[in-house]
Design a protein around this ligand. Structure first.
Ligand code: NI
Length: 249
């Protein structure tokens, strides 16, 4: 069930049977010479949409598609929020949904650079209740899509070398499966990109001239992407159900 394709009465009714919601969250940033700029928000969206198809007990919110990607700003098309802006926006999304009765917010993330800010946003949300001596009405959970049960093991079998950490063949395969009309090709040199630290945008572009980190995206295929999506979607359904059923102490 997609929130964006529901009406408010439908959401009001949904809240009588579940108070959990999945929020795909990612980033719009360069993904090397062949990866789509939307890769990091598309992957969690594709997986969440696959998981909710034909289910009326799994609600998926609109995708939070701009994240913390300051280090990619040296490449055209990247759009980034500062950590402080991102943290504030996550707080407003959470309070909006909590105000309607959602008590379990499951953020399915597609960008490693978001993790620190999302965790900080959760701490800011909880802190407001802690300082007031109140119980928080909402619990938040962060899960990277590649950390869903079975996904990294499958990716390791599919891509035993050259997976890397940015513009990876697994994330590009997922977008190839969902958007076969947008598959791109380009020569890669070197075949497997180098790795190193992440700092500011000019430093990043100097270290990683085509935008990749440690990866060989030429290994991506739509078929491998489809296998990853089906594995991730099945794991997401059970992980959200477990989160929704967590008892309150
Ligand atoms: Ni990515």
């Amino acid at each position: 069930m997609l929130l964006a394709k529901s009406t408010w009465p439908e959401i009001e009714t949904f809240l009588t049977r579940s108070t959990a919601v999945v929020i795909p969250i990612g980033s719009n940033e360069q993904h090397g010479p062949t990866g789509l700029l939307g890769t990091d928000w598309m992957c969690p969206e594709i997986i969440a949409h696959e998981a909710q198809a034909s289910r009326d007990d799994l609600l998926v919110a609109p995708t939070f598609n701009i994240g913390m990607a300051q280090h990619h700003l040296g490449f055209p098309g990247t759009i980034s929020l500062k950590p402080s802006t991102f943290i504030a926006a996550i707080g407003d999304w959470t309070r909006s949904l909590a105000g309607h009765g959602f008590t379990r917010l499951y953020f399915l993330n597609g960008h490693g650079g978001n993790v620190a800010s999302i965790e900080a946003a959760f701490s800011e949300i909880y802190a407001a209740y802690s300082y007031g001596g109140q119980r928080a009405p909402v619990a938040c959970k962060l899960k990277n899509w590649w950390d869903l049960a079975g996904v990294t093991a499958l990716a390791n079998r599919q891509f035993p070398s050259g997976h890397g950490t940015h513009a990876t063949p697994s994330e590009i395969a997922v977008t190839q499966w969902a958007y076969p009309g947008a598959i791109k090709t380009a020569p890669y040199g070197p075949k497997i990109a180098n790795t190193g630290p992440i700092r500011e945008a000019l430093d990043f572009r100097a270290r990683y001239p085509d935008g990749r980190m440690g990866s060989d995206p030429a290994q991506a295929t739509p078929e491998k992407g489809g296998d990853l999506v089906r594995m991730a979607a099945a794991s997401l359904v059970s992980d959200v159900a477990a989160f929704a059923a967590e008892p309150k102490p």
